[in-house]
Design a protein around this ligand. Structure first.
Ligand SMILES: Nc1ncnc2c1ncn2[C@@H]1O[C@H](COP(=O)(O)OP(=O)(O)O)[C@@H](O)[C@H]1O
Ligand SMILES: [Mg+2]
Length: 300
């Protein structure tokens, strides 16, 4: 797991961030940035670079390796620090809070500005990066910045999609994005997987969810990772989150993804609430009616 860098932030100095962003810039060209190149990238003197590298190494923000040359690379923590600092500088965030969730490919924390928000650090490529990292000769730079690039792209994509869907579809309101981090409204409620609905709520909640799936389709997207873990439920209704992998409806496989999303959701409701889901509901009928725009409600 990636450590929470928020408590480090107060002890980091302006020049530490110069160093981190210098290493980040060098990583555009190779995973391990040569020591000699850092002063230029970071806009710091030789002595200053030595001092700052020491501080950042000690805090686990960068990593060092010497084989053919002395090289440095950002740890995810260093990248987190850069993103967090940028979000603080532009006053998107003023306080950092506790974890809200650790997902398959993210770490999500509560943060605050004038109200509670959620900060999601994307970690796509992380496990993969760690595995590859151990094995690989560091001079082979074929996919050198893959984890950083993958995580940043995922964040950009999720932020863009939220901006397109909000407020027509019930998704968390997007607030800001920097590097691999996005800031959004903090949702109230609990994951669908962790609720036990009353018998008379089951079909209503299922209907709300399918209505959001239909709304997203109308707005041009299929979620493509729809499950009880990516839906929040509260008294006001449902919210669908976790959108980086969503596909546009003009994508060749969009309707297959739509079909699968509906199978997942219907399958979940069938397993958990067998008596309350009508037998004649079919995921392919639902998918077809969403795709041709005729879906209205699962309740007659
Ligand atoms: N806006 C939010 N408000 C509150 N909790 C959130 C928010 N976004 C994510 N979470 C929590 O963090 C967890 C992981 O987020 P998610 O977007 O699903 O990432 P992953 O791709 O890792 O599954 C969620 O299951 C949820 O509990
Ligand atoms: Mg998720």
């Amino acid at each position: 797991m990636v450590r929470n860098v928020a408590e480090l932030l107060p002890e980091l100095e302006e020049e530490d961030f110069y160093l981190l962003s210098g290493v980040e810039q060098g990583m555009r060209f190779s995973e391990w940035v040569q020591r000699e190149k850092i002063p230029k990238f970071a806009n710091l003197t030789e002595e200053e670079v030595d001092y700052r590298l020491e501080r950042c190494l000690k805090r686990g923000l960068v990593e060092k390796k010497t084989i053919q040359y002395e090289g440095y690379t950002l740890q995810f923590e260093g990248y987190d620090a850069l993103a967090l600092r940028a979000l603080v500088e532009r006053e998107t965030i003023s306080e950092f809070g506790s974890p809200l969730g650790v997902g398959k490919e993210s770490d999500v924390y509560e943060v605050r500005s004038y109200k509670p928000l959620a900060l999601k650090y994307h970690r796509e490529g992380y496990t993969n990066f760690r595995e590859v990292h151990k094995e690989r000769d560091y001079t082979s730079d074929k996919d050198h910045v893959s984890w950083m690039y993958t995580a940043r792209k995922a964040a950009e994509r999720e932020h863009d999609i939220l901006e397109e869907l909000y407020p027509d579809v019930a998704v968390p309101r997007p607030i800001d994005q920097n590097r691999h981090a996005i800031v959004m409204e903090k949702m109230d409620g609990v994951e669908l997987s962790r609720t036990r609905l009353e018998p008379d709520q089951v079909l209503g909640v299922f209907d709300l969810l399918v209505t959001e799936i239909a709304g997203a389709y109308e707005a041009g997207y299929v979620h493509a990772d729809m499950s009880e873990y990516n839906v929040f439920v509260n008294e006001e209704g449902v919210k669908v989150f976790d959108w980086p992998q969503a596909v546009p409806t003009d994508h060749a496989n969009a309707d297959e993804f739509l079909q699968r999303d509906l199978e997942n959701v219907l399958g979940y409701f069938r397993r958990k609430y067998p008596q309350y889901v009508p037998d004649d509901l079919e995921s392919d009928d639902l998918a077809a009616s969403i795709a041709d725009g005729s879906f209205e409600s699962v309740r007659e």
